[in-house]
Design a binder for this molecule. Structure first.
Ligand code: ADP
Length: 436
């Protein structure tokens, strides 16, 4: 009997990455490929995909039972719905659309909906709409369709061009709770371009095509599962499975994501929820974080100072609000909030500890805010990002949060997608009933 393997593919901001895992979630192989700068975006992405698949050792490739793909959120393509061919250059995740388009999105969608951001998928569709691009294609007998990056890459494998997932569809305006496009979206003249099926991340979609099996050496039964966005795949990678578990990302900014039973959306604090498994992934971001540390210390200075910190048992009593510029959204909604980094002690180790304590206080306040707004109280925090490598900070945070704080063993989005693929395979192949 052949042991199945599961493949996760991440289409990130600068390149694509692939991870193969086994049933015990051990990594069997991984490979990454930077996007070519000399080709159109869609050609660069398809080249990266075939490269990643070619890089899987042949004995593993034959055993890939399922795969899932994540892509950058709100990277949007206008394609021929029959062939997947691009009808316009893809619009990337961070491309802000013109103000006229943003105005239109605001008139359509509920106030402060995530689909009204200038970089949202909805604004990208509206921009194509204003340019008359899909109308022109239809006049030529083409059936245009809108897809996200992850959907398109999956389409190259299973040949289905009208399928997306809850997570990618959120910034389009899809309602993952009611599982439909709300009327304000469904009534638009371009509504027939939207994905026809919206599935849960990690649910079975369909097998790869015979042509792809031939070309890649993957088994023809290899099942493509619903994908997700790159940041949610990175969350899944941390291994969070139960409500109350969360991931804090300590990079340039402080971002938290909590798996909650209840959904929390609150535009005042920039909080919104993605549907994930049987729960909701509530996310929020503060403007404090590692960028403030960088204003004062290089990473090597941080590493040098850390062993000199007095530590969690000896708090400094300093009460800062570390920001690189005025303005905060979460856990305090105040666009004019001033950075507070005074008084500065003579000893840099005391100053650093004061900053670390203050960021930890803001993190704890954020989780309290989520609970106050109805989310499941946090019970365990995984940590990702540059701040995760500071053990003293981890101890300080554990004290502030009052729950176990652990470093994520895995933070690769591709690993998260591999976990989704494994889940999809299990859904499609439930264990046979035991016959007595
Ligand atoms: P991003 O991808 O958001 O730029 P990273 O996850 O790479 O961020 O993390 C970088 C941040 O980590 C920097 O802002 C830096 O201040 C912080 N950092 C690096 N080393 C340490 C350390 N030893 N202790 C605390 N913070 C650190």
């Amino acid at each position: 009997r052949i042991e199945p393997l599961f493949l996760g593919i991440d289409f990130g901001t600068s390149g694509a990455r692939q991870v193969v895992i086994d049933r015990s979630e051990r990594v069997q192989s991984e490979f990454s490929s930077a996007y070519s700068q000399h080709e159109s975006l869609d050609t660069a992405w398809s080249s990266a995909l075939w490269q990643l698949l070619d890089a899987i050792p042949a004995d593993q490739r034959r055993r890939i039972a399922s795969l899932a793909i994540d892509g950058t959120s709100a990277t949007t393509l206008l394609i021929d719905g029959d062939s997947g061919r691009c009808l316009a250059p893809p619009k990337l995740y961070n491309e802000a659309q013109p103000q006229s388009v943003v105005q239109r999105a605001r008139q359509m969608a509920p106030a402060e909906h995530t689909a009204t951001a200038a970089t949202s998928t909805l604004c990208k569709v509206l921009a194509w709409d204003e340019e008359g691009l899909w109308q022109g294609a239809e006049a030529q007998g083409v059936e245009p369709a809108i897809v996200h990056q992850a959907d398109w890459v999956a389409g190259l494998l299973h040949g289905l061009w009208r399928v997306t997932d809850y997570n990618n569809a959120l910034k389009l305006g899809y309602d993952p709770e009611a599982e439909l496009y709300p009327d304000w979206l469904a009534d638009q003249p371009f509504a027939h371009l939207l994905p026809l099926a919206v599935v849960g991340p990690g649910t079975p979609v369909g097998p790869i095509t015979a042509e792809v099996a031939q070309r890649t050496g993957l088994p023809p039964t290899c099942l493509v599962c619903g994908g997700t966005t790159d940041s949610i795949a990175a969350f899944v990678a941390a291994g969070v499975s139960e409500v109350g578990e969360a991931v804090t990302s300590l990079g340039s900014t402080l971002a938290v994501k909590l798996l909650s039973e209840a959904r929390v959306d609150d535009a005042r604090y920039g909080l919104y929820s993605h549907r994930l498994g049987s729960g909701w992934l509530v996310g929020g971001a503060s403007n404090t974080g590692g960028a403030v540390l960088r204003q004062f210390f290089s990473d090597s200075q941080l590493a040098e100072l850390t062993p000199r910190l007095a530590g969690a048992d000896h708090p400094t009593g300093l009460d800062y609000y570390p920001l690189t510029r005025p303005g905060e959204r979460c856990p305090v909604a105040d666009p004019n909030l001033q950075p507070r980094l005074e008084p500065r002690p003579a000893d840099d180790a005391v100053f650093l500890q004061g900053i670390l304590e203050s960021i930890a206080r803001i993190e704890a306040q954020t989780y309290r805010l989520l609970a106050d707004l109805g989310a499941t109280p946090v019970g365990r925090v995984y940590t990702a990002g540059g701040g995760a490598r500071n053990p003293v900070w981890t101890a300080i945070r554990q004290r502030q949060l009052g729950v176990p704080v652990v470093v994520s063993a895995q933070a690769e989005a591709a690993f998260g997608s591999a976990l989704l693929a494994k889940q999809g395979y299990a859904l499609a192949n439930p264990p046979a009933a035991v016959v007595m």
